[in-house]
Design a protein around this ligand. Structure first.
Ligand SMILES: [Mg+2]
Length: 392
């Protein structure tokens, strides 16, 4: 059996261009689906997949670990930058989809699963409407509470909010009070049985991240995400050591050694590896073993498209330390038109029962995808009041 083609299909989904990867074999009807979505880098990813394809055409698609090594190590430059790591991930996910189809079992079963009866999922405030999640006014606590209730009414038992305002490297009490008011309003709206997560998007400095984290301690967050730059391992470790709230990070890490350094520094209670950026399932399984050794929980980053979601769920059925899966459902109204899924989401509790079909259990509709061709992503340019640059 040989790989005969590696194709990319770009599907503009408003905030993002979903980039689907199709690895085609010389066996009739046998191909795999992957996803390599990387916001604001769509053309780079399509080119990177094309470059990597030169290494894989003609190769046996079942030698996945070997092909991963080829993609990561050949042609001198290691595949650990975000563009190539994402391209490798998309191809690797598709190769595992093929492996599952050949064996006639879901991918999780290839890895010894299922290890649980269901995977719990959580929503963004607004369910994927970018304005609700990214642009709710930090001074509008009532809006945070309303959106929180909306998530619970949709059946979710956990949700995430960007309830911390953007701040300079050092600011006074005002943004801290805003964050506190937003989280208090959400907690009062939904009660103690619902899990609330706060994502700082790595905007704060370690000093501000610590201030926010301490102010939010009384509200019992499920986790506190990216409280400072992911590069600042000592900052993450300092914040984590000072809080009882679990600290989550890892969505921007693209290689095993970066996770090794994060865990060794004591920078995370929750590892948010992104299967579409960290090197696909092959690398994610290595990261998961490392996390297991540190008793770090897994909660994959997954705001992307439907193949990423299927991959994140399939992974969850194979990993004992996996706690919850990020999902978006309302980013575009036609999300379910492009995919047929092999798993079932129960509306009550938004838990997902295992996929029963081979591989990832999904089929994409290429005609539907073609209705949404590439468009430039909306620019997100953020600046402080004084005109200096801010992280988005
Ligand atoms: Mg995040």
């Amino acid at each position: 059996m040989k790989i005969v083609a590696i194709e990319t299909l770009v599907c503009h989904a408003r905030m993002r261009n979903w980039i689907f990867v199709k690895v085609v074999t010389d066996e009739d009807g046998l191909y795999g689906w992957g996803e390599a979505t990387l916001e604001w880098h769509t053309r780079s990813i399509v080119g990177a997949v094309e470059d990597l394809a030169q290494l894989l055409i003609g190769e046996d698609p079942t030698r996945i670990e070997h092909l991963w090594q080829v993609m990561y190590r050949q042609h001198f430059w290691h595949g650990n930058g975000i563009v190539r790591a994402t391209a490798i991930s998309g191809i690797d996910i598709a190769l595992w989809d093929i492996a599952g189809k050949i064996a006639g079992v879901p991918c999780s079963k290839l890895w010894g699963g299922p290890v649980r009866d269901f995977v719990r999922t959580y929503a963004h405030l607004g369910g994927g409407r970018m304005e609700d999640f990214y642009e709710t006014d930090a001074g509008d606590a009532q809006r945070f509470a309303d959106l929180a209730l909306e998530a619970v009414e949709m059946g979710f038992t956990a949700f995430k909010a960007m309830a911390v305002p953007e701040t300079m490297a050092l600011e006074g009490l005002k943004p801290v009070r805003y964050a506190e008011a937003n989280v208090r309003a959400m907690r009062e709206a939904v009660g103690d049985d619902i899990d609330i997560m706060v994502d700082c998007h790595a905007r704060p400095s370690p000093a501000m991240g610590l201030r926010f984290g301490q102010a939010l301690e009384p509200y019992g967050l499920y986790f506190f995400e990216e409280p400072c730059w992911p590069e600042s391992l000592e900052g993450l470790a300092r914040i984590r050591a000072a809080l009882t709230t679990p600290v989550a990070t890892g969505e921007r890490l693209t290689h095993l050694a970066a996770f090794r350094d994060l865990f060794a520094a004591g920078g995370a209670d929750v590892c948010q590896l992104d299967i579409t950026h960290c090197g696909g399932f092959t690398a994610a399984r290595h990261v998961a073993s490392l996390a297991e050794a540190h008793r770090v929980a897994l909660a994959p980053h997954n705001p992307q498209g439907p193949v990423s979601t299927a991959a994140s769920l399939e992974f969850g059925f194979s990993q004992p330390s996996y706690v919850i899966c990020e999902t978006v459902h309302g980013d575009v109204p036609w999300r379910q038109d492009v995919v047929r899924e092999g798993f079932v989401t129960e509306p009550d509790g938004r838990i997902v029962r295992p996929n029963t079909k081979p591989g990832l259990g999904i089929e994409l509709d290429e005609t539907e995808i073609a209705k949404h061709p590439f468009q430039q992503e909306l620019p997100q340019r953020s600046f402080h009041a004084d005109g200096s640059v801010l992280d988005w």
